[in-house]
Design a protein around this ligand. Structure first.
Ligand code: NOJ
Length: 513
């Protein structure tokens, strides 16, 4: 049995945070040629696609999520022809390429915003009169008010940093601009888009205050998830469908329910939305079970994700916040097996295959995330999950940059033991484990049903099967008895006998009756 399904439906996608993956130019910052050189590593790892975070022209106020020109590569990262070479080399190796698109806001250096500051075309952004205080109580996601004042006394909205003014999606010109940007990259051969802040874009008419309890990503918020946004994705879907080759889009949608998430994943809208529920959950059997049930009940094309460039790495989250915790690593490996056993696609974040922990002790002067500066150091920000990858060697720059170059964030001395080179050819390493898990998953591809069946399990463990595959994950503190099976396909740690130890997961082969 091998069902033909679109590639993205059960793909394993690897997120590349471009600034921190591989630096070929020797300026301490990752770049497109660096990525191209490392593509064989990704092919060998066994992923199906890569997602590149923004590499467009940008003053880098938010690491590139402040785009000044949507149709060009920032010189820091290379050139358009570097991009073309990267795409064709990825395709040659059988890897698809997803790029990030940032439609909620531009950079303040974008020519439209510069024109707006001169008084031309302000309707492309959200400008309001406000007098001494801002027009409403909205807060920036990065701390502080979501409004800044221009020299002529008007205020403009920025849900993120002041250098990231929000577009006005009630202006048709914004729509046509983004349709054109999509075509620009589709024409260059990209396989899909990751849509930044996909539940943003529209704000409620009249820009009413948020309720006193805050502006969480809730369905009734005046800021997030306005119904009008779905019209945008219907238009985008038409463009994607007009191209040959199963082009897709996945939305970055933060919401508080799987039903709400499902609204974005409709046959005439986005192909997928990130399902952040798991990434927000503690290490807990019942919590994981509820997330799996809710997701599968609501979303037709599920996705699973444990880490990305905005959150604390899951080795550290699962290790009670300790950066280097063996428990955290054991749990991270177990969670991977559970995630890869589920129907749908899985999004990995660079470095998780090396078991990298969060870097918690970056010196304040090294930190670059605007969250750190805007919160006056109260919030650490996201630099700790963005430290450049250790490829080889025993000291900084660990092959990330040419010898003698200092990477844009310092790399810990402990990372000598975690480099890709050190872990390669070691089946017991986390890298070896990821390669093997992805290989087994690939072998099973197309043979498993989309439904899962829950088997009896102690409260803190999960046991589910998909046809001949049974996955057991033990989130509790007591060993769990394995269900009857023919053989072990892979374990997150060695599995012997009929008991599965705490913080471990296993895939079992059980012939169907
Ligand atoms: C979500 C991105 O993942 C994050 O890194 C960025 O800061 C915000 N959107 C704003 O673009």
């Amino acid at each position: 049995m091998h069902m033909e399904i679109p590639w993205w439906r059960d793909a394993v996608v690897y997120e590349i945070y471009v600034r921190s993956f591989a630096d070929a130019s020797g300026d301490g910052v990752g770049d497109l040629p660096g990525i191209r050189q490392r593509l064989p590593y990704l092919a060998e790892l066994g992923v199906d696609a890569i997602w590149l975070t923004p590499f467009y022209r940008s003053p880098m106020a938010d690491g590139g999520y402040d785009v000044a020109d949507y149709r060009d590569v920032d010189p820091l990262f290379g050139t358009l022809s570097d991009f073309d070479e990267l795409v064709s080399e990825a395709h040659r190796l059988g890897l698809r390429v997803i790029v990030d698109i940032v439609p909620n806001h531009s950079s303040s250096a974008h020519e439209w915003f510069q024109a707006a500051l001169r008084g031309e075309g302000r309707d492309r952004y959200i400008f309001r009169d406000g007098g001494e205080s801002p027009p409403n109580n909205w807060q920036s996601t990065f701390s502080g008010p979501a409004w800044s004042k221009t020299p002529d006394g008007q205020w403009y909205l920025h849900l993120f940093a002041p250098e990231q003014p929000d577009f006005n999606w009630r202006n048709p010109e914004v729509h046509s601009e983004f349709l054109d940007v999509l075509r620009f990259w589709l024409d260059r051969g990209v396989d899909g888009f990751r849509i930044d802040v996909a539940m943003g874009l529209y704000k409620a008419e009249g820009l009413p205050d948020t309720p006193p309890e805050g502006q969480a990503f809730k369905a009734e918020s005046p800021i997030w998830g306005r119904p009008e946004v779905h019209e945008v994705y219907r238009d985008w879907r038409k463009v994607l469908d007009s191209y040959a080759g199963e082009r897709m889009a996945i939305g970055e949608v933060w919401t508080d329910s799987a039903e709400d998430l499902a609204l974005y994943v409709r046959p005439d809208e986005l192909h997928q939305s990130f399902n952040f529920a798991w990434l927000e959950a503690p290490w807990s059997g019942p919590a994981f079970k509820k997330i799996i049930d809710d997701t599968l009940a609501a979303v037709t094309a599920p996705t699973w994700v444990l880490s990305n460039h905005d959150v604390v790495r899951h080795v550290t989250r699962y290790g009670d916040g300790l950066a280097n915790s063996t428990t955290g690593l054991a749990r991270a490996r177990a969670a991977l097996l559970a995630m890869l056993a589920l129907p749908g696609s899985a999004y990995l974040y660079q470095g998780e295959e090396l078991g990298l922990p969060e870097v918690k002790d970056l010196p304040p002067e090294a930190r670059q995330d605007p969250i750190f500066a805007r919160s006056k150091g109260e919030l650490a920000g996201r630099d700790g999950c963005r430290v450049p990858i250790p490829w080889s060697g025993v000291a900084e720059p660990y092959g990330f940059s040419p010898e003698g170059t200092r990477p844009w964030l310092p790399q810990p001395v402990e990372w000598a033991a975690l480099s890709a080179e050190r872990q390669s050819n070691d089946p017991g390493s986390t890298l070896g484990f990821y390669q093997e898990a992805l290989r087994v998953r690939r072998e099973l591809r197309g043979t498993l049903p989309d439904e899962i069946t829950w088997l009896d399990a102690p409260e803190e463990a999960l046991i589910f099967s998909r046809g001949p595959l049974t996955c057991v994950i033990n989130c509790g503190s007591e060993p769990v008895r394995l269900p009857p099976h023919e053989r072990v396909l892979i374990g997150s740690a060695p599995v012997e006998g009929h008991l599965l130890l705490p913080d471990t997961a296993v895939w079992l082969h059980t012939p169907e009756a």
